[in-house]
Design a protein around this ligand. Structure first.
Ligand SMILES: [Zn+2]
Length: 279
């Protein structure tokens, strides 16, 4: 790392990770650390999108967008803290996870796998995962991120209830963005339970009275994360000895980047990493 003039905390030789959206720094959302929600049209810029950065050996970042990366975490660990483990951590903080909870995760892509890893460390009593992909269900089981995995299908609500003494789960996390999976997550949540939507796009259909109102359920939305929760997560990753790198199933060099995107689009993988240098 090199540092320009005026840096207050980080400098040459430091190890950092980047919050992937640079906000104006002075709107209410930025002041809360949620630059994802920055309201400034002029200054809100995502790295690798509206401003340069990403898929390169170096990028020019604002100091306020940086989080210290402890020595015990690799850059591949750190690269998954912003949108990935951080996004999930934020969502799990909203619904709260503890040892009395059975948790359902719909969608076992990298975000769903991260949800399993974090629920495990937060002490969830049982973690149930649903995905259409054999590969992803296998990865979730092999890495011990789910206790039970189910192939996506019309019997999923019934199956989840059977796994939870007929009650359904206390907490559900949708990481799929799929309409059927979201409806399953809502219906498989037990009375007084909480579910959170993280998967983007698409739609969902449910019947408000039987599916949420009469069962006193709460549905949350959660978008990316905040700089302060990223800092907290990094500290916990070290204390938990949890390495996001463990969900990486494939690594590519910078000149193979199109292969990396193709594999990711196929869904036949865990997390895919593009590494400019050998790590
Ligand atoms: Zn802002």
């Amino acid at each position: 790392m090199k540092a320009g003039p005026g840096c207050r905390r980080f400098g040459v030789g430091g190890r950092v990770i980047v919050y992937h959206i640079s906000g104006c720094g002075v709107c209410n959302d930025c002041r809360r650390g949620y630059m994802i929600s920055c309201t400034s049209e002029r200054y809100r810029r995502a790295y690798g999108w509206q401003r340069d950065g990403g898929m390169a050996e170096y990028l020019l970042a604002e100091e306020k967008d940086l989080i210290h990366l402890p020595d015990s975490l690799t850059y591949l660990d750190g690269a998954q803290v912003a949108c990935g483990f951080g996004t999930v951590y934020e969502a799990l903080e909203k619904i709260g996870i503890d040892g009395s909870h059975a948790v359902l995760i719909t969608g076992l892509g990298p975000v769903g796998l991260a949800a399993g890893a974090l629920c495990r460390k937060l002490g969830a009593e049982k973690i149930i995962g649903i995905d259409i992909s054999d590969e992803r269900r296998d990865i979730a089981l092999r890495l011990g991120l789910c206790d039970v995995v189910l192939a996506a299908g019309p019997e999923n609500v019934h199956e989840v209830r059977n796994l939870t003494s007929g009650n359904g789960v206390e907490r559900a996390v949708d990481c799929s963005g799929n309409a059927d999976a979201r409806a399953i997550a809502i219906r498989a949540t037990r009375k007084w339970g909480k579910m959170v939507m993280v998967g983007e796009g698409g739609t969902v259909a449910f019947n408000p009275s039987p599916d949420i109102i009469h069962e006193q359920k709460t549905i949350f939305g959660s978008w990316v994360t905040s700089t302060w929760l990223m800092e907290e997560l990094v500290e916990r990753l070290v204390r938990w000895n949890l390495h996001p790198e463990d969900i990486v199933t494939h690594r590519f060099s910078l000149d193979q980047v199109s292969d990396a995107y193709q594999l990711m689009a196929s869904g036949r993988c865990g997390k895919v990493a593009v590494c400019p240098t050998a790590e």
